[in-house]
Design a binder for this molecule. Structure first.
Ligand code: FES
Ligand SMILES: [Fe+2]
Length: 418
């Protein structure tokens, strides 16, 4: 195979034939998928402009008028809450001459006002003011405009779909894509006992990663690398305690069970666990990478999230959030220290992961490399994910099914309670 492949090859099924094979026979996704600017540009259209993309946490726009500018598929959007506290997403472009309306994040009173000629839009996106530009304005040249008469009612901001699951906010640019609940499949039910929606942000750390976003995702979902990359983690999370934890939905699920006690290097226990989490859930760490760009790690006493934002084929911005539950914090003798300790533990793991995915990115630049073989015991998760990427690149609207009983028996936790 010549590398790089031409753009049109990225849109053909046969390009991916080796990754489409059953996992025992499969090869990894074509290396150009991680290095080619053309592949990256196609992904923007075919993955990020079509799927529900996680953009922030609900509490980051907590009140009416709070806003946050986010970028999805190369388009700038304003996320906000209207006067009733309902979520809204607008394209960040003024309907007059197209100026970008807002930057960053903050709070606005009742309006978004364009800095260019002061057109103003309310929190539902309706155009409310167009200074010196109204039908009765004496400055306008009178004429019989008929259907072309200027009407502010037609000048509202362009909207995008926005939805919330648990504490997460997602945006979807495609009006014809399925609802978020359909794409998530059984994941909300799997996480139900953990009450993830009640968690609050305790810490946030941002990273810049010199690697493709899919390497970040794949690294999250395989535990083959634990012994070599995270020796300290092995004490609380041995490889043999890892299992596939997979139902229907656009996600890849896995778990650690049982989670070990903390060691001198730290661990996951720290804060008191939440009441009402029973059975395997009480003693497990549950992980899900929701397609395309969020990694969710849930324990009985805290939640750790990674939101990835691809900015180029080889660059990913990542926001990590450590979440704690008010009940757990209230029950802790020293919640600040326990939270700092948890963050230190996660941050160490995350930096180890970042170093190795950057190393993979470096290796993939070498055009001699044509892809590698999947290890079915450990990389069926990556196989599922890479096939979701291929589906999206080919325009196939498909929500992957869950495991059949044989796969669940082969790879799932014993006495699988999922
Ligand atoms: S471009 Fe926004 S008011 Fe003119
Ligand atoms: Fe890792």
């Amino acid at each position: 195979m010549q590398r790089p492949l031409p753009r049109e090859a990225f849109l053909r099924e046969d390009t991916y034939a080796r990754t489409r094979k059953p996992v025992d026979l499969a090869w990894t996704l074509i290396p150009d998928a991680y290095t080619s600017p053309e592949f990256h540009a196609l992904e923007q259209q075919r993955i990020f402009a079509k799927n529900w993309v996680p953009v922030c946490l609900a509490e980051e726009i907590g009140k009416p008028g709070d806003f946050r500018v986010v970028e999805v598929a190369g388009r700038s959007l304003i996320l906000t809450r209207n006067a009733d506290g309902e979520l809204r997403a607008f394209h960040n472009v003024c309907r007059h001459r197209g100026a970008r309306l807002c930057d960053g994040s903050g709070h606005t009173g009742r309006f978004f006002t364009c800095p260019y000629h002061n057109w103003a839009y309310d929190l539902d996106g309706a155009c409310r003011a167009t200074p010196h530009f109204a039908p009765a304005d004496p400055l306008q040249v009178p004429c019989d405009a008929g259907d072309e008469a200027f009407d502010r009612a037609n000048m509202g901001l362009y909207t995008a779909r926005v939805a919330q699951w648990a504490c997460l906010i997602f945006v979807c640019l495609d009006p014809s894509s399925p609802e978020l609940t359909e794409e998530l499949g059984d994941l909300p039910e799997r996480f139900r006992a953990y009450r993830v929606g009640e968690y609050r942000i305790a810490r946030r750390v941002d990273y810049e990663i010199k690697a493709n976003w899919k390497l970040v995702a794949e690294n999250f979902m395989e535990y083959y690398h634990l012994p070599s990359i995270h020796p300290a983690l092995l004490d609380v999370s041995p490889v043999e305690a890892h299992y596939r934890w997979q139902g229907a939905g656009k996600y890849v699920g896995l778990c650690t069970w049982p989670v070990g006690a903390d060691t001198d290097d730290g661990g996951w226990r720290g804060l008191p666990p939440l009441a009402g989490i029973t059975g395997q859930d009480a003693d497990a760490a549950r992980f899900a990478w929701v397609f395309p760009t969020i990694g969710i790690s849930v324990n009985a006493n805290h939640v750790f999230l990674l939101i990835a934002r691809p900015t180029a084929a080889g660059i990913t911005e990542e926001s990590a959030y450590l979440l704690t539950h008010p009940e757990s914090v209230a029950a802790s003798a020293d919640p600040e220290s326990a939270t700092d300790e948890l963050l230190r533990f996660w941050d160490t793991i995350n930096r180890e992961d970042i170093a190795v995915v950057e190393r993979v990115q470096d290796g993939l630049q070498n055009t001699e490399y044509q892809g590698g073989r999947m290890c079915s015991r450990f990389e069926e998760s990556c196989h599922r994910f890479q096939n979701m990427v291929i589906d999206a690149m080919l325009g196939l609207q498909r929500i992957p099914s869950g495991d059949d009983p044989e796969t669940a028996r082969r790879f799932g936790p014993p006495q699988n309670d999922a």
